[in-house]
Design a protein around this ligand. Structure first.
Ligand code: M6R
Length: 615
């Protein structure tokens, strides 16, 4: 949530920062700003709206000597929390009389009391943000200390909440000070220069060598030198890591939108997620990062999946698969609910935290709560080095590559592929036979090719989508493994096309929602072959009897469903557990085409941002 970039080095900072902001715009896009430090002090430029507006405001900045002279700077793209998206609330925020400037991700929870004290001391506020409180706090501490880094430390000890910050001051214009607690900061290392960002996509075009800060680390950066210390000023050493994906992964690659590219990425992403993790001879999965031997797995009595949004829907597939393959207790829970419910967990529970970003605040809190209660905690995360990945201690990376579009696509399908492997491994440590395991391995191995076939039907799906560009409401229904698919299909269409869509268990329809059906109401029925399909066909008839127009998501060759439904989208035949993946890909494309035909800003839907690092 919100994007941060910082630069200190020998090059002119403006274009490095602005290009970095464009890379990070998926993290928030309601206002943007930049502060440049140079011989003339620190100068802030910011405005409401997208990064393109800021670039326009800077005019021909590549030929403006006063801008080009700046060899250090900080920049931010915002997703509003405190105060609406206005120019005044945009970052960077100045502290004191402008001697300190700051960009910040996260939330300062005690901002009201700090603001009152600072106002009593004569500090003037020009914004409604919690960030401005921190910038004044740093400015006040700077009056008492020798250096920016000490002032930042002193200020941060007074703060309650979460932060990823990047700060500079007029007295040391080449110095950046960065710090984190609960909001990521990555430091990119290059010859004679350092690029800082809230995620690696803003860094990858400059260097692959990075340091991920831990909570309560503070780093002082000047050109190529990086000194990391703790909040109480003890020196700290952090390992350097290599980013293992290329800068192409954050390009659109000729597609109209990142979402479309990422839908097309899926066959390869799923190949990467399953590569080296399936043992076709033993009929099991090899998940080294879980670090659980069969005897540990036998001791486990329950798997609890936690996540939010799309990751929560993937968790529901995980619940079904663990029950199905391993005959083991499994539950899925919205992460925010888990953290506040005083959940009953013990050392015989495995809590699997599912998160694309690895930074979702509620999922992270659930990880901490479960660890506190002695559960075995593992992460199922895409972003390498993210907070959940590191705090969980054990886990499985998705290897899906960077997901830029706010609407999650390839993360979901890779999550499901990995969850099927987790369930398989659990099953094999219990009653599942080798033969049954081998069959599941074969089915999972077929998935990338099946997804290729679904993606190739994009034009046919677009033809169906064109009937639904004017609708206001939609219903998605499914049963069994197809129930989470219905939920995910509805989530996808509502977030990118602004059509109000609800996913229901098909049986739930007549317990209330059917009252909303009227002539022409679209209902998407997930009818892939498997237990429950015939029942959903019965629900389809009930909907049609009330005038609904039904789009059937059917298995190729299912003539019965084809005849009943008003429109159909087909997916290749596969067992219902892997059809969760193929059917979801088809619904991603359906949502994409509806949104495209409605001319929606697909990669940057209103009110949303890629990762939710605040409660
Ligand atoms: O990064 P995470 O997987 O933890 O994010 C969870 C949700 O915020 C995310 O899946 C969200 O629902 C997506 N925008 C859905 O497309």
């Amino acid at each position: 949530m919100c994007g941060i970039v910082g630069y200190s080095g020998g090059r002119s900072a403006a274009s490095i920062l602005l290009n970095g902001l464009k890379r990070l715009e998926y993290r928030g896009y309601d206002s943007a700003g930049i502060a440049l430090g140079g011989p003339d002090g620190v100068c802030i430029h910011k405005r409401e709206g997208k990064v393109a507006g800021l670039v326009e405001q800077l005019g021909d900045y590549e030929n403006r000597p006063e801008i080009q002279r700046a060899h250090s700077g900080i920049a931010h793209t915002r997703w509003a929390t405190h105060g609406p998206p206005t120019t005044a609330n945009a970052h960077p925020h100045a502290g004191g009389s402008g001697e300190v400037v700051l960009v910040h991700n996260g939330i300062i929870e005690n901002h009201s009391s700090l603001r009152a004290k600072l106002q009593a001391d004569g500090y003037q506020f020009v914004s409604e943000t919690d960030t401005e409180v921190l910038s004044h706090l740093i400015a006040r501490e700077l009056l008492e200390t020798e250096s920016l880094v000490d002032a930042v430390r002193l200020a941060l000890t007074q703060v309650v909440g979460t932060f990823g910050i990047c700060c500079m001051c007029a007295a040391e214009p080449d110095v950046l000070v960065v710090a984190r607690r609960g909001s990521p900061i990555v430091i990119g290392l290059a010859e004679g220069e350092t690029i800082v960002a809230s995620d690696a996509s803003a860094i990858i075009s400059h260097t692959r060598q990075v340091i991920y800060l831990d909570d309560d680390d503070v780093a002082r950066i000047e050109h190529g030198s990086v000194d990391i210390s703790s909040l109480d000023a003890r020196p700290v050493t952090r390992e350097t890591a290599d980013i293992d994906w290329s800068s192409d992964a954050v390009e659109k690659g000729g597609y109209a939108h990142y979402m479309l590219k990422e839908i097309h990425d899926q066959p390869e992403a799923i190949r990467n997620a399953i590569r080296g993790r399936l043992d076709a001879t033993r009929g099991t999965a090899v998940l080294a990062g879980l670090n659980l031997e069969p005897r540990d797995l036998v001791d486990l009595q329950r798997v609890v999946f936690v996540g939010c949004g799309t990751s929560l829907n993937a968790g529901l597939v995980g619940e079904y698969a663990v029950e199905d393959f391993a005959a083991m207790l499994a539950e899925v829970e919205q992460a925010a609910e888990f953290r506040y419910r005083n959940p009953i967990v013990s050392s015989t529970d495995l809590l699997l935290a599912i998160s694309q970003s690895g930074e979702t605040a509620d999922t992270l809190a659930a990880v901490r709560e479960a660890a506190e209660k002695g559960a075995c905690v593992a992460g199922l995360v895409n972003v390498v080095g993210s907070t959940i990945a590191r705090e969980a201690g054990r886990g499985i990376y998705l290897h899906a590559g960077p997901e830029i579009s706010v609407a999650s696509t390839k993360a979901f399908t890779c999550q499901v592929a990995v969850l099927l492997m987790v369930a398989l491994k659990m099953g094999r440590s219990r009653r599942m036979s080798r033969e049954a395991g081998i069959q599941i391995v074969k089915e999972i191995q077929r998935v990338p090719e099946l997804v290729e076939r679904v993606v190739a039907t994009s034009d046919a799906i677009a033809m169906v989508a064109q009937h639904f560009t004017e609708c206001q409401h939609m219903f998605y229904i499914g049963r069994g493994y197809m129930y989470p698919v219905a939920l995910e299909g509805a989530l996808k269409i509502k977030e990118i096309s602004y059509v109000h869509a609800e996913g229901y268990h098909a049986a739930e329809l007549k317990h209330g929602p059917i009252a909303l059906l009227e002539k022409g109401t679209p209902v998407v029925a997930v009818l892939c072959e498997g237990p429950g399909k015939d029942k959903v066909l019965g629900n389809v008839a009930e909907c049609q009897a009330r005038g609904a127009v039904v789009v059937g998501l059917i298995t190729e060759g299912d003539e019965e469903s084809r005849d009943i439904c008003d429109h159909v989208i087909e997916v290749p035949k596969s067992p219902h557990y892997t059809a969760t993946i193929t059917a979801t890909v088809a619904l991603q494309l359906f949502a994409y085409h509806v949104a495209r035909l409605r001319d929606c800003p697909i990669d940057q839907p209103r009110n949303l941002a890629k990762s939710v690092t605040v409660e």
